[in-house]
Design a protein around this ligand. Structure first.
Ligand code: ZN
Length: 222
């Protein structure tokens, strides 16, 4: 799990480029991404747009929100505690990503939890719908408190929808977190498209166990 600072930065840059390529940044390219370095430290994007992110665009922080190396723009200083909070409550989280990925953000602005309708999410460990966290100004104590409360109340997801704003996901590493986000946005897009056909149907009750059994039989990790 422990990564060198440079390796962590490079993994974030790679994930940001993947997100840009797969349409996860919406038109403003606004996003913030981070990756854990060790138990106490993580690297995080310094500015608001990550479309052309380079390793020099990341700074080193600790879990109390102190900037150890580099600088942080004011807009991203506002949301340091959102990333640090996830690392504190989820020791297995190696990366955190926030974007306004369009389809999953549509659920966030509709205050609608994203139902469990798409098998790839089960393979990524999702066992329940993705909850919506009530709106509060980004990065505020109320917003971050709501996010952490929802994350603790829903151990079967590694994402929350931020009402009237966007989505926050976490994963083992930046590449994994990016995959989680991409699959969430696919699920959201499919759910919206399925409405024209009478609506998406949830997976059968035993689907979570059956997917786990099948992956175990093949030794698949996800
Ligand atoms: Zn945002």
């Amino acid at each position: 799990m422990e990564m060198s600072i440079l390796a962590a930065k490079e993994a974030v840059v790679k994930a940001a480029h993947l997100l840009a390529k797969s349409g996860m940044l919406f038109r403003g390219s606004h996003a913030n991404l981070s990756a854990r370095v060790d138990e106490r430290r993580f690297v995080m994007t310094r500015g608001g747009s990550v479309a052309d992110l380079e390793a020099s665009g990341l700074s080193l922080l600790d879990l109390d929100g102190n900037v150890l190396e580099g600088e942080m723009d004011a807009t991203n200083k506002e949301v340091i505690s959102m990333h640090a909070g996830i690392y504190r409550i989820r020791p297995s989280a190696g990366a955190v990503i926030h974007t306004h990925a369009p389809h999953v953000t549509a659920f966030a602005v509709a205050h609608e939890p994203l139902p469990l309708i798409y098998e790839p999410l089960l393979r990524l460990g999702f066992t329940e719908p993705v909850p919506v966290v009530p709106w509060a100004p980004r990065g505020s104590e109320r917003s971050v408190g709501g996010i952490l409360e929802a994350a603790e109340a829903h151990p079967g997801v590694s994402a929350v929808l931020m009402a009237n704003h966007g989505v926050l996901v976490w994963g083992d590493n930046p590449g994994h977190a990016a995959q989680v986000l991409i699959n969430l946005d696919e699920a959201a897009e499919l759910a919206i498209m399925a409405r024209a056909l009478g609506g998406a149907k949830v997976l059968p009750e035993r689907a979570v166990e059956e997917v786990r059994e099948r992956m175990a039989a093949f030794g698949s990790r996800r």
